[in-house]
Design a protein around this ligand. Structure first.
Ligand SMILES: Cc1cc2nc3c(=O)[nH]c(=O)nc-3n(C[C@H](O)[C@H](O)[C@H](O)COP(=O)(O)OP(=O)(O)OC[C@H]3O[C@@H](n4cnc5c(N)ncnc54)[C@H](O)[C@@H]3O)c2cc1C
Ligand SMILES: *[C@@H]1O[C@H](CO)[C@@H](O)[C@H](O)[C@H]1NC(C)=O
Ligand SMILES: *[C@@H]1O[C@H](CO)[C@@H](O)[C@H](O)[C@H]1NC(C)=O
Ligand SMILES: *[C@@H]1O[C@H](CO)[C@@H](O)[C@H](O)[C@H]1NC(C)=O
Length: 490
């Protein structure tokens, strides 16, 4: 009897053991509740928010071999430089920018950008008289103030929206000289990566980022890179090894999604390598540029209100070109970090920056171009870009400057996983239409900087949109409230 009982017990234990193995393997292959497409700031922020709320059976599919997306450092001439986002924008205001909080928590090395001495650093053929430059800057400031006032008087419906250029025409202040155009470029294109002709006045003047978080911008100049903010968030909910590498099976790299099939029962996501993944919901964080391309096919097609909203928004292009020299030939003390080049051709290598204050002896310059110039430059050999830059620098600093030894030209526009750098609000897109970009379609949710309610185009916009979209999905999953109130009539 006792023997039988023991035997019985052993069989039971064995049986339980087998059952346990089975349930473990079943659990690890369990269908995720949510697939998140993209591991940039918004995708990671959304995934963390879901995880914090207890929804931990998630799967993140990222097309590239890294996380961080448009926040990315690259080694150039022995230094890690930021080829994507560089600044925490909107600091020292009434509210605290959540990215500023994060940067401080990580003790990221940051440096406040000081543009106050710009008038002494404008070049045309050689250095320009600073009082000439100052009067152009002052006039532009007055127009911007008037634009802000005018913008507040426009109907909130968005029906009266005009472009920034239209306001310049109304106030008879359309920039025409090379110096006026350089200053105009600095004030608008250098922020939005598109010219005043296309940018919405109502949605950029005043800009919520600066109005709410403050006027200051701080450059991240830390060898760990701005991307360490994304790693920090990721490592709070994904398993990582002692070197900080993420080893969690819920993050899959090199998985380019090319199809999303959705119905009221669930979602099937396919990747270019032939894998398919099923889940209850999917959240797409790819850029609006990617959504405008045919990389990801939706089955059935997205509804026409959604497609129209996506197509109406702009994916702008902003290119930071890094150039290395054998020695510095530019002024490098306080109040010289940023300088302008005025040329008849608007947007031709107009804004410059040196790194001597943050990385002394780096002998590195940064030239910024945007929009058409970015697209042109991405399509020509870097050696040609370098030759153009040398010519510009000779007209600024004289013939005797040394030849550049190296150049780095980031190519965000040609990259099919980005198709540009950040979204810009075009004239004529109302708030209601903008809300449609963020709206879910059945079980397909959207996030990303282009869905941020107030901060599109920015790192903090990406971060906050991830939190917002995750909360929308959490109230659907947990409380069954899946009807998001969004005005879908265009
Ligand atoms: C040059 C440049 C300068 C900038 N400067 C600043 C700045 O100074 N300050 C600031 O606040 N912001 C700046 N920005 C904007 C900021 O970087 C972005 O707003 C933000 O990082 C976007 O995050 P996201 O998660 O929305 O998108 P992303 O970072 O683009 O993340 C989306 C992810 O999805 C992946 N993906 C795309 N398609 C697929 C697919 N089919 N399948 C799977 N994965 C896919 C991408 O690889 C990417 O990792 C800059 C951006 C650039 C490029
Ligand atoms: C700059 O121009 C003003 C007149 O516009 C002149 O008074 C001043 O001397 C000039 N300064 C320099 C440094 O040339
Ligand atoms: C720049 O200004 C800071 C204080 O604002 C000072 O500490 C530093 O020495 C100055 N550097 C140079 C090169 O003048
Ligand atoms: C302003 O810039 C000029 C020219 O580069 C420089 O000589 C000067 O020291 C700067 N002034 C201040 C106050 O930073």
């Amino acid at each position: 009897m006792a023997v039988l009982k023991m035997l019985h017990g052993a069989v039971l234990t064995l049986l339980l053991f087998v059952l346990d193995i089975y349930s473990v393997s079943a659990r690890s292959e369990q269908q995720p509740a949510v697939i998140i497409i993209g591991a940039g700031m918004s995708g990671i922020s959304a995934a963390k928010t879901l995880s914090d709320s207890g929804i931990k059976n998630i799967l993140i599919l990222e097309a590239t071999n890294r996380i961080g997306g448009r926040i990315h450092k690259k080694n150039f001439a022995g230094l890690n430089v930021e080829i994507g986002a560089n600044w925490v924008e909107g600091v020292n205001g009434q509210e605290v920018n959540p990215i500023w909080t994060l940067a401080n928590k990580l003790k990221l090395r940051t440096f406040r950008s000081d543009f106050s001495n710009l008038s002494s650093n404008v070049y045309e053929n050689g250095l320009l008289n600073s009082s000439t430059a100052q009067s152009v800057l002052d006039d532009a400031d007055k127009v911007a103030e008037a634009a802000s006032e005018f913008s507040k008087s426009l109907s909130p419906s968005g029906q009266d929206d005009i472009s920034v250029l239209t306001f310049q025409r109304l106030s008879q202040s359309v920039p025409s000289t090379a110096v006026e155009m350089a200053v105009d470029y600095f004030n608008h294109d250098y922020e939005f990566a598109e010219p005043p002709r296309v940018t919405s006045l109502q949605n950029t003047e005043p800009l919520p980022t600066f109005a709410n978080y403050g006027e200051d911008v701080y450059a991240v100049v830390d060898q760990r890179g701005y991307e360490s903010t994304v790693y920090h968030l990721a490592c709070q909910f994904l398993a990582s090894d002692s070197n900080g590498n993420i080893i969690d099976p819920r993050l899959k790299l090199n998985k380019a999604v090319n199809k999303i099939e959705y119905s009221d029962k669930g979602v099937t996501v396919s990747t270019e390598d032939g894998s398919t993944y099923k889940s209850d919901y999917v959240m797409v964080s790819a850029s609006v540029g990617v959504l405008q391309s045919d990389l990801i096919k939706f089955k059935p097609d997205l509804p026409s209100w959604k497609i129209l909203a996506i197509y109406q928004f702009d994916m702008a292009v902003y290119t930071n070109i890094f150039i290395k020299f054998p020695y510095k030939f530019w002024p490098s003390g306080n109040g010289t970090e940023f300088f302008l080049y005025a040329n008849e051709r608007r947007g031709y290598y107009p804004v410059w920056r040196h790194f001597e204050l943050v990385y002394p002896g780096s002998n590195l310059l940064l030239a910024t171009v945007t929009d058409e110039e970015s697209r042109r430059i991405e399509q020509q050999p870097d050696s040609e870009t370098k030759a153009e830059i040398m010519e510009v620098l000779r007209s600024m600093f004289g013939k005797n400057i040394p030849e550049a030894t190296d150049i780095l030209v980031p190519k965000w526009w040609s990259n099919r996983f980005y198709k540009g750098t950040f979204s810009n609000w075009p004239i004529g897109v109302s708030r209601a239409e903008y809300d449609q970009i963020r709206a879910p379609v059945g079980r397909v949710y959207f996030t990303g900087e282009h869905t941020s309610q107030h901060y599109n185009g920015y790192v903090h916009g990406a971060y906050l949109s991830g939190v917002d979209s995750a909360f929308m999905l959490i109230s659907c999953i947990k409380y069954g409230s899946c009807d998001v109130q969004i005005d879908t009539k265009a």
